[in-house]
Design a binder for this molecule. Sequence first.
Ligand code: ATP
Ligand code: MG
Length: 467
Amino acid sequence: MITKFIKRILRRDPMAKHTQANKAGAPKRIPKKAHRIDPHLLSKNAVKVTHTLQEAGFEAFIVGGAVRDLALGIGPKDFDVATNATPDQVQRLFRKARLIGRRFQIVHVTFFGKGHPEIIEVSTFRALLDNAGDHVAESGRILRDNVWGSQGEDAARRDFTINAMYYDPSSETVLDYHGGMADMQKKTLRMIGDPTKRYREDPIRMLRAIRFAAKTGFTLDTATRAPIATLSNLLQDVPSARLFDEILKLLMSGYSWAAIQGLRDAGLHHGLLPLLDHILDSGVDSKGANDFVKLALANTDQRIQSGKSVSAGFLFATLLWPDLLKNWKANIAKGISNISALHDAMDDTIATQSSSMTIQRRLESDMCEIWSMQPRFEKRVGRYPYRLIESPRFRAAYDFMLLRCATGEQNPSLGEWWTDFIAADPVGQEALMATAKTELGSSASSPAKRRRRRKPKSDPSPEPEAD
Ligand code: ATP
Ligand code: MG
């Protein structure tokens, strides 16, 4: 009964809030010849969603990052739609529509095509937080964020001007409330409203600023950039899972190296990843670590930009590797046997990381597998190589080992050997193992070998169980 009443009140809200649209100011209407969005970059499904909603008498627009990317001439990776229809009204219009979220409901409309299913996220125009706050006192906690508003309000609660544009595929018009298109032309990333207030409301916006600046190559507007240096400690209060999501987005943006430089320049990297503290703060000492991470991120960026998949576990394994390597060497120096030293180091590295930002368990186990397989690449005789190849995570561990070779931390000939071994037939594999045996005795003087970690004589080197 009460729920029904609340729903009725909320359903009335979008209408009531329309009066406030004027307060937010009328949007600038930008025609096709000015925005030059190429309709071919649009998702057919997103257009289907806006059309269906419009035919049912609602307003509906493609919104947010998709419009930003379209205006940049980039094909967006996902499409969000904003509408004045309530989630219930949206759900009734589509066959595969699911209500998501408890406090502020949105609708996921799923389309099944030839490739992966595409989800179009449909949200109802949302009111500003201030107004929502008023609602809390009268209506109770559950309603806090669940207040729908006008399009103008919806625009004002978005983060950057270039993320607050609405595109109507039917008229091919962009509605621009905050001068986003002018900022696009000036290549400026500008926070809507008072930047300090907006960062205080949600400190994640500081990381988003750096990510979008790296992705677009835009410059942060002075007033948008200025408060970040003094507010960076607010990130400590952000729930770890949310922080992790944002860091992952940053690393998977295809511009991770630029973004990490941006984090350092803004003084935002402290406490996010211990490794970033090490490599970004000190120069000479961490040269090797810096090279390793730089190469790993450059590879990742290249893969993402060419549409290839990237494993987040692999990525975090590389980011934390220099820290792990340092711990591993220190443990060996204490007299701990090689494999135990590695496993202890893994525990330490993960514990230090968790104290600032916890990495998802699933990724943690991927990372540990990749790390713990590294010493096994050095065993190139008997059954060892065959067993290693059969491990489910072999490919990731092998790619990781190649990265170590590329930065000289591991002997490049080891990488070449494994590359040949994978490609060889059984006879060739036997021959390669024979060369590995002779190499064992003769390579001690090669430069990379000198850099290579040496196992203590007493080390029983128990081979980790085959996976
Ligand atoms: P991308 O998906 O390429 O990472 P995006 O801009 O689409 O970029 P999303 O996280 O998908 O980012 O968010 C969609 C839109 O929601 C944004 O464009 C912005 O308008 C709004 N938004 C997202 N996060 C915030 C936030 N923390 N504060 C204010 N508005 C936000
Ligand atoms: Mg998006």
